[in-house]
Structure formats: C-alpha cells, structure tokens
Design a protein around this ligand. Structure first.
Ligand code: ACO
Ligand code: ZN
Length: 226
C-alpha cells in the first residue's frame, strides 16, 4: 500500500517541472529559489499546526495502539480551541474552502486523532443538524475522470431533493496525506457515532456528509455500506 502511494506521488512530481510535497501538499518548483523559500515557510507552518505538545486536560474519547482521539468542545480552554482551529485551517486549505467559519460554531464538536509521534493526523468537525439530502449514485461519466478534472468533479454530485432525517452533520473530515488508508477516518467516524449524542449511539443513516469531495465521496460510500 505504501508503495502505491509513493508511485502516485512520484508521477505527480514529473509533471510541469513542479514538485508536490508529500507532507504539506504544496506544489512548487524546486529549481526556483523564491518558490523553495515559500515552500519552506509553508511547510514549517503546516508542521507547527499539526504538532501536538499535550494538554493539561485532554478529553480522550478513544484509544488505539497507534494513537488516540481527543474531543474538543466549544467551551474548552483557549489552547485546545486554538489547536482545533489551526488543524481545521490546514484541512480547509487542502479542501479549497475559503471561509474558515463554521455554520454553528457554538455547537460544533472537533475530533482530533493524535498519533504516537504526537502529530494531529486526523480532524473531523461534527455539527448537529435536522435534515440532509442524500447524495445520489454518480453518473458513470464522472467515474472515469482523472485527477485533473478535480475542480469539475468537485461539485458535480447530484443530491436528492427530498430531505431526510439526520442528526449529525460532518462538515469537515481530513486525514494527513501520509497517514491515509489506515482506517483513521473510519475510527474517527465510529467515535463520533458513539460520543456525539450523550447516551444514544447514532446509526450510519443518522450522520450526513456535507458537500463531499471526490475522496470524501469514495470514503463515505465505503463507510456507509459496511
Ligand atoms: N479512494 C478510494 N477509496 C477510499 C479512499 C480513496 N481516496 N479513501 C478511503 N477509501 C475507502 C477505502 O475503501 C478504505 O478502505 P481500505 O483502505 O481498506 O481500502 C475505506 O474507505 C476506509 O478509509 P480510511 O482509511 O478510514 O480513510 P482515510 O483515513 O484514508 O481518510 C479521507 C479518508 C478523510 C477522505 C482522506 O482521504 C482525506 O483526508 N482526504 C483529503 C480531504 C478530503 O477530501 N476530505 C473529505 C472532504 S468531505 C467533507 O469534509 C464533508
Ligand atoms: Zn512541504
């Protein structure tokens, strides 16, 4: 699996003389000093954002051999809120979201997956909702598109016009590029379902993904069918 990922990254690097950093995701030209400088700065800021030094009070909601999941609530201490925001900004940047604001900041719950190297490698923002529109099966023509069509694919999902009952909306889900396909997103969602509403675990039907990306759609389809 690691090899597959590596192949994809190498293929990306050959294009247009540009390099894609496999950690921070920045595309830059390695021969250009100005670009290199920009990348070094962006890379450092990225690492600072996902670095986790440990908190006095941590709300640990799940523990695994390769990490743990912390829950950050709107009324938590400043240092916790700040870290949640920093990681969310990293995720938003990768998702191409312009606005960092949440629709209901006072009710949003942020789940952070911390790995054993003390990095925040996963971030999930969940908000209470009442209804959602089911994403319909994608037309076949969309399935054959390449990565270049990303922007076009991005908003191409067709949604049903009939609202359905849902309780928990996933407004962001992001996993560090070097930590993907290790079940981190799956474990974060399982944890959301068991902890989002006190005393009543949610079914897969009661959670909804807002505006999924192609990666998000592939993941959500797999998660909801298993
Ligand atoms: N392509 C195909 N299948 C996938 C992909 C993918 N890119 N990602 C996940 N899956 C499926 C697989 O079947 C996988 O199981 P497998 O690895 O045994 O084959 C299964 O989903 C479970 O995947 P996880 O390992 O739990 O998912 P991961 O931790 O890699 O995180 C995520 C998935 C969050 C989509 C990650 O790829 C990511 O952060 N992408 C960039 C940001 C993004 O697009 N986020 C979704 C935005 S939508 C929203 O925020 C509402
Ligand atoms: Zn980088």
């Amino acid at each position: 699996k690691q090899d597959d990922d590596q192949l994809i990254i190498d293929a990306g690097q050959k294009q247009f003389g540009a390099t894609t950093c496999s950690s921070c995701g920045m595309v830059y030209s390695a021969d250009n000093p100005e670009d290199n400088f920009q990348h070094t700065q962006f890379h450092q800021r990225f690492l600072d954002s996902i670095k986790f030094v440990g908190w006095k009070k941590e709300r640990v909601v799940a523990e695994f051999w390769d990490g743990k999941i912390l829950l950050v609530m709107p009324d938590d201490p400043k240092y916790a809120i700040k870290k949640a925001e920093d990681v969310r900004r990293v995720a938003d940047n990768e998702l191409g979201f312009q606005q960092v604001a949440l629709s209901r900041p006072t009710q949003a719950k942020t789940y952070l997956f911390i790995n054993t190297e003390r990095l925040v490698v996963g971030c999930l923002v969940a908000e209470p909702i009442r209804q959602a529109y089911r994403v319909l099966e994608q037309p076949d023509r969309l399935k054959d598109m390449t990565k270049d069509d990303f922007m076009e694919r991005h908003r191409a999902w067709c949604c049903s016009t009939v609202p359905e009952r849902a309780l928990c909306g996933i407004s962001r889900i992001w996993v560090f590029s070097l930590a993907r396909r290790q079940g981190i997103a799956t474990r974060m969602l399982d944890t959301v379902r068991s902890t989002f509403m006190y005393g009543s675990p949610l079914t897969k039907e009661e959670i909804a993904f807002s505006d999924p990306t192609p990666d998000g759609k592939l993941f959500a389809t797999k998660y909801c069918n298993t």
